[in-house]
Every structure is written in C-alpha cells, then in structure tokens.
Ligand binder design. Structure first.
Ligand SMILES: Nc1ncnc2c1ncn2[C@@H]1O[C@H](COP(=O)(O)OP(=O)(O)O)[C@@H](O)[C@H]1O
Ligand SMILES: CC(C)(COP(=O)(O)O)[C@@H](O)C(=O)NCCC(=O)O
Ligand SMILES: [K+]
Length: 255
C-alpha cells in the first residue's frame, strides 16, 4: 500500500492507496508544527483507525509547501514504515515542463496538481487550488506549466479583513441568498463567495486569452466546493486531484 501526503499551509491531507484504489482520505492540521515522534504517533494512530497495519505500507510519497515540516514528516515515515519517502519537487518530477523563471520555486502542490491535470484532463487546462492561497495554474496544449496566479485564499482574506476592520467580525463561509447583502454577515459572505467566483471566471477568461485557446478548468482544495458552484463557467470539481497526482507520480517514477 502507498501512503500519500500533501502538506499545505492549513492541512496535511493523507491518503492510502491499495493498487489504484484510494482506500481513505483524512486530514491533520498543519499548525502547530510537530516533532518527528509526534508525526509518527499521529500517522500510526490514524492508519490504525482505518485498520491499516504497519507491514502493509510499502511506499510513501510526500509533497510539501511547508519546508520546516518536511524533514520531520519524512523522518517519521522512515522510522515507522522503513521506507524512503519520494519527495515531490520540480527536480524529482523532471517530465513536467515548467516555463517560468526559476522553475524550481514552483510549489510542490502546484507540481502535483499540474501532473494530475496533464494526465487526467484535456489540455490546455487551468488548475484552481483553493486552500490557504487560491492558485490558478495554466497548462498549454502540451501540458507544460506556462504560469501561475497566486491570490490570498478565501479564509485568509476573511481573516485579514476582520482583523483590520473594527466593525467586522468573522462569518461562516456560506453563500448568502443574494449578491446584495442585507446585513453585515451577508455582505461579507457575498464578497467572499460571489467575489471569489467572479474573480475565478474573470481570471480564467484572461488566462485563455494568454494561452490563445479554450481551456478545461478543474478545481480542488478545501474551499473549492463552496465557491465553484457560483462560477458562470463550467469547472470540474475534484476533491482528490492532489492525491491522484501523487499516485501518478509514484507510478511513473517509483513503481
Ligand atoms: N472537507 C474539508 N477538508 C479540509 N478543509 C476544508 C474542508 N472543507 C472546507 N475546508 C476549508 O478549506 C481550507 C483549507 O483548504 P486546504 O486545501 O486544505 O488548504 P491548504 O492546502 O492550504 O492546507 C480551510 O479554510 C478549511 O476550513
Ligand atoms: C502558493 C502556495 C502558498 C499555495 O499553498 P497552499 O494554499 O496549498 O497552502 C504554495 O504553492 C507555495 O508556497 N508556492 C511556492 C511559490 C510558487 O509556487 O511560486
Ligand atoms: K494544497
């Protein structure tokens, strides 16, 4: 079985594959950061919860955009399962062509999303990932990464807004009944949900203009479900895009 981990700035997403089948997906909070033994204990008890025994894991793959956690997690994996985790980066995934300055600074999650999109969807393609940041990655018809847009994520924006505006407090991230909010809560929700949906529609149009072709658009990340249904363009939702990408990378480079 393969243990696949994607470390984002808010959540560590963990999945286990048996062959091509994703057995389960679960999440651990990224903060506070933990030590090697704490990660080992946490992952062991999660796998125990899903009836996976230590001897059943014979491979591990890790993508991380939080460098200070990567080593502790990798050491925990080596210690518990006696396997060397494959660490995703542009260097370890050389088949993905990245047409931008300093390609090696592309976030590992964006590498994984791009590999998944290139393999699983028609290109040109735009990958939207809505987590701590909202990112849009543009892939051309050859599946090469042509560039990325990075925007503060929906939750991150809301935190910034409410910490800077004396009369605004945080709201639950839900779509209000109409665009014109009738109370402070609805006004903020409208801005967060409809504002983000309009921004995604508009950015996809502009990325298509730059790529000179109509694109497939696929969205993932913890906040995608909330926003994408309010977009006017057709956007495919995939909760497991990054785990799918990790599995594809594993099959290509390690199997
Ligand atoms: N099912 C879910 N699992 C995880 N996070 C979720 C879920 N639904 C909504 N969220 C929200 O998504 C955000 C985190 O998204 P995620 O893609 O895990 O971020 P990151 O990759 O930056 O760690 C948080 O604001 C969280 O509250
Ligand atoms: C843009 C990101 C912060 C997104 O992280 P996330 O929201 O998934 O936690 C991450 O991909 C990152 O740190 N990237 C490095 C810079 C770059 O890709 O250009
Ligand atoms: K992510």
């Amino acid at each position: 079985m393969l243990l696949a981990l994607d470390v984002g700035n808010t959540n560590i997403t963990l999945g286990v594959y048996e062959g091509d089948k994703l057995l389960f997906v679960t999440r651990m909070a990224t903060n506070p950061p933990r030590m090697e033994d704490e990660y080992a204990a946490a992952m062991l008890s999660i796998l125990h919860l899903y009836d996976i025994h230590t001897a059943q894991i014979d491979g591990a793959i890790l993508s991380s955009v939080v460098p200070r956690l990567t080593d502790n997690l990798a050491r925990a994996i080596r210690r518990v399962w006696k396997v060397e985790p494959f660490i995703v980066s542009t260097a370890t995934v050389p088949d993905l062509k990245v047409r931008r300055d300093m390609p090696n600074t592309l976030g590992a999650d964006l590498v994984v999303g791009a590999v998944a999109a290139k393999e699983l969807y028609p290109c040109p393609c735009i990958v939207i990932d809505m987590g701590t940041a909202t990112t849009l990655t543009g892939l051309n018809a050859e599946g090469e990464v042509c560039g990325v847009v990075i925007i503060p994520g929906v939750g991150t924006s809301l935190d910034a807004l409410t910490s800077h505006a004396a009369q605004l407090s945080s709201v639950s991230l839900n779509a209000p009944p109409q665009v014109l909010g009738r109370n402070t809560m609805e006004c903020i929700q409208s801005g967060m949900v409809f504002g983000t949906a309009c921004m995604l529609d508009g950015l996809c149009d502009r990325i298509e203009e730059e790529l000179g072709a109509r694109c497939t658009v696929v969205a993932t990340g913890g906040l995608a479900g909330l926003v994408v249904e309010h977009c006017r363009r057709e956007i495919i939702l995939s909760d497991t895009l990054l785990l799918d990408g990790l599995k594809l990378i594993w099959d290509h480079y390690c199997a």
